[in-house]
Design a protein around this ligand. Structure first.
Ligand SMILES: *Cc1c(COP(=O)(O)O)cnc(C)c1O
Length: 239
């Protein structure tokens, strides 16, 4: 969005609405609103817009898709002191710019990527928290593991040092009508609970990252505790 004198008001009004909806959905699913982590999906947004949003104190973290944008914003201090999550597809040759610099990588979509993250984290003597991305609707256009691959994938990643699985993430299809993604969200919640129940070593099923601008209400009702919002917060993206 463009930054002008109205930006602050606009973002603050949108955030109030978002917080109300999150509160309502959390309550209907028997949870406290504070359990729902709100991530601002900042792709294409400029420093001033990002700072304005984070300055409200109502957002838990910034979510970046592109390594280049992440580096630029990091350099200029756009994130203030807020954590950053990486939510976009990651290429292994860019890992050195991301590992250890973000609190959580949502988009681990191959065992190869997990191994490379672990390697980079090991060089830095840290443990990188990650989520496994799931291609719930089996879309060719999307990255992520298929649900049936998960047991094998988890057993291979859980034994790696310097990387820790903290949950799962999914991007279901763009919603054409309201409620459309509920079956996907329910399935994901079930898988999330199944993995949690199995208590794998080195796997902490803390975060179920699902829900974007069009469907975060349904996602929270279905058990999401991490929503990633761009359009609902910043308006339609220009680029
Ligand atoms: C862009 C993006 C979002 C936010 O999308 P909106 O529909 O604008 O809320 C969330 N998650 C990921 C991975 C994204 O790339």
């Amino acid at each position: 969005m463009r930054f002008d004198e109205h930006t602050e008001t606009l973002i603050s009004e949108r955030l109030n609405q978002i917080k109300d909806r999150i509160g309502e959905a959390a309550a209907s699913s028997g949870r406290d609103p504070s359990e729902i982590i709100l991530i601002a999906a900042t792709k294409t947004q400029n420093d001033d817009v990002i700072k304005t949003a984070l300055n409200t104190g109502k957002i838990n973290a910034a979510g970046e898709n592109r390594v280049q944008e992440f580096q630029n914003h990091l350099e200029t201090g756009a994130y203030l002191n807020y954590p950053v999550h990486f939510i976009g597809h990651l290429q292994t040759n860019k890992l050195k710019f991301v590992v250890g610099k973000v609190a959580l990588i949502h988009s681990v979509d191959s065992i190869h990527l997990a191994k490379e993250i672990a390697k980079q984290a090991s060089k830095m003597s840290i443990t990188q928290d990650v989520l496994l991305e799931i291609n719930t609707a089996r879309e060719d256009s999307k990255f992520g593991f298929l649900l049936e691959e998960l047991p094998q994938v988890i057993s291979e990643i859980a034994i790696l040092k310097n990387i820790r699985i903290r949950g799962i993430m999914a991007i279901p299809p763009k919603q054409e009508e309201s409620g459309q993604n509920i079956p996907y969200f329910e399935r994901l919640r079930q898988v999330f609970i199944d993995i949690k129940t199995k208590k794998y070593d080195n796997v902490c099923m803390d975060y179920l990252s699902m829900g974007m601008s069009d469907d975060y209400f349904d996602a929270i009702i279905c058990g999401s505790n991490m929503v990633r919002l761009g359009t609902a917060l910043f308006g339609k993206r220009e680029a």
